[in-house]
Design a protein around this ligand. Structure first.
Ligand SMILES: Nc1ncnc2c1ncn2[C@@H]1O[C@H](COP(=O)(O)OP(=O)(O)O)[C@@H](O)[C@H]1O
Ligand SMILES: [Mg+2]
Length: 368
C-alpha cells in the first residue's frame, strides 16, 4: 500500500566531538516526529564516518533512555544515492535499496555535520534538508568569517584578531597584546562545544592558550572578554524568520566551558526565559534575526549574545544545528514562545521542502 507520508531521513552521530550529544538530540527528534505524517529512517554515522541504517535498538542501548547511546555495527552499512527522481538508501553489501527519502533531517552537531560538508553532499544529491545550506553552515561555523560579516553589517562584537598557523605569529602576538585588554579568549576558529577554548589572564597564559587552540585548528581567533550575561535566542524560518523569547545561561563560575556544558553539575544553569525588560527582549529578537540573515542562515539557528550591565548587547556566535536534547535551549525557547516541539519539527521539515521547491524553480541553463 502506497503511503502518502513524508519519508524523513534522520542523520545523526558523525565524526565530531559532539557525536554523543547528536545521538541524544536524534533520540528526541525521532520520538517527537508525528508518525501520522512521517515515516522515519534512522541514518547513524559512526565515529569513523561509515553510514548505518537500522532500528532504534541499533543506535540506543536502551531505547527508553536517550542518554545511553551507542552506534553499533550490526546496523546495515549503507550509502545514499540519487536514482533518477528518488533518493535511495543502499545496502553496501548487496546494493539493495533499503529505504527512500524525501527530506533529510541532519542533527549532526559540529565538524563535518554542521559546517557545510554534509550539507554539500546532500546538495549534490539535490535532496531537501533541514537547517542552513552550505554557505550558512560554513559561515556559522567559522568564527573568523562570521565575525567579519557581523562587523561589516555594523553589529557589535568583541574586539578580535585572527592568527593562522605558520604565519609570523611572534610579531602578531605583540600587536595583539598591544591592542586587546586581558583577559583574552583564545578559540579554534572552526569548532564548537568550547573545545580548545581558554581564557588567558596574561602573556604566559596567552601563549599556552594559543598553542592549545592550534592543536584543534590551523586558524584561531583571539578576542577581548565581554563582561556580561549570556543570552540566547532561537530563530526559525527562511525568508521571514521569527525569533523566540530569549533565554539565559547562568554561570556559577568561570565561563561556559566544555566541562560546564557536559559534565559539571550546577555550574551552568539554563533559564528558558531570561529576566529582561520588554525593550531588551525586542532588541535581542531583532538582532537575532539580523545575525541569522547576515550569516546567510535558513531553517534554524540559535544566536548567542552577551548583555552588559550598561545594557549593551554584543553578538557572540550562531549555532546552525543547535542541540535538540530534552534540556536543549533551542526547542525550549521556542516552546516558551508558543511553538510546541512537534510543531517545530513540522515547521523545520516544511521549511526544508519549501527551500528546495524554490531552488528547483531557478533556471539552470541559458538558451537564447
Ligand atoms: N569574548 C568573550 N567574552 C566573555 N566570555 C566569552 C567570550 N568568548 C567566549 N566566552 C565564553 O566561552 C564560551 C564558549 O565560547 P563560544 O565562542 O560560544 O564557543 P563555542 O562555539 O565552542 O560554544 C561562551 O559561552 C562564554 O562563556
Ligand atoms: Mg557557544
Amino acid at each position: 500500500m502506497a503511503s502518502n507520508k513524508i519519508r524523513v531521513g534522520l542523520i545523526f552521530g558523525g565524526r565530531s566531538g559532539e557525536h554523543e550529544v547528536s545521538l541524544i538530540s536524534a533520540w528526541n527528534i525521532f520520538h517527537g516526529l508525528d508518525r501520522k505524517k512521517y515515516e522515519v529512517s534512522l541514518l547513524g554515522i559512526d565515529r569513523q564516518g561509515t553510514w548505518h541504517f537500522g532500528k532504534k535498538q541499533n543506535f540506543w542501548v536502551n531505547p527508553e533512555d536517550s542518554k545511553k547511546v551507542r552506534l553499533n555495527s550490526d546496523a546495515l552499512a549503507v550509502t545514499i544515492v540519487r536514482k533518477r527522481s528518488e533518493i535511495c538508501v543502499i545496502d553496501l553489501k548487496d546494493g539493495k535499496n533499503v529505504a527512500k527519502i524525501d527530506v533529510f533531517f541532519p542533527i549532526t552537531h559540529g565538524t563535518f555535520g554542521e559546517d557545510g560538508c554534509l550539507q554539500g553532499m546532500l546538495e549534490m544529491l539535490d535532496a531537501p534538508f533541514v537547517g542552513p545550506g552550505v554557505l550558512g553552515s560554513a559561515v556559522g561555523m567559522d568564527k573568523d568569517v562570521a565575525k567579519k560579516l557581523l562587523l561589516q553589517a555594523g553589529l557589535s562584537i568583541s574586539k578580535f584578531h585572527t592568527l593562522r598557523l605558520g604565519q609570523d605569529t611572534a610579531r602578531k602576538i605583540s600587536e595583539i597584546i598591544a591592542d586587546l585588554k586581558f583577559p583574552i579568549f583564545v578559540k579554534p576558529a572552526n569548532l564548537g562545544s568550547s573545545v580548545g577554548i581558554s581564557k588567558a589572564e596574561n602573556k604566559k597564559q596567552l601563549l599556552s592558550a594559543i598553542k592549545l587552540a592550534f592543536q584543534y585548528d590551523t586558524k584561531i581567533v583571539l578576542e577581548q572578554t565581554v563582561v556580561g550575561r549570556e543570552i540566547e535566542c532561537s530563530v526559525l524560518g527562511n525568508e521571514r524568520p521569527l525569533a523566540s523569547t530569549p533565554g539565559e545561561i547562568k554561570l556559577a563560575k568561570g565561563f561556559y566551558s566544555y566541562a560546564a556544558k557536559y559534565f559539571e553539575v550546577d555550574v551552568a544553569m539554563p533559564i528558558v526565559k531570561a529576566q529582561l525588560s520588554k525593550a531588551t527582549v525586542k532588541k535581542i529578537q531583532k538582532l537575532a534575526v539580523e545575525v541569522f540573515q547576515v550569516l546567510q542562515c535558513e531553517g534554524m539557528g540559535r544566536v548567542d549574545f552577551f548583555l552588559t550591565k550598561e545594557d549593551k548587547i554584543f553578538v557572540n556566535e550562531i549555532n546552525t544545528l543547535p542541540g535538540f536534547t530534552g534540556i536543549s535551549m533551542y526547542p525550549k525557547m521556542l516552546e516558551q514562545t508558543g511553538i510546541k516541539y512537534q510543531d517545530l519539527l513540522d515547521r523545520l521539515i516544511s521549511l526544508a521542502l519549501k527551500r528546495k521547491e524554490n531552488q528547483r524553480k531557478l533556471k539552470r541553463d541559458f538558451k537564447a
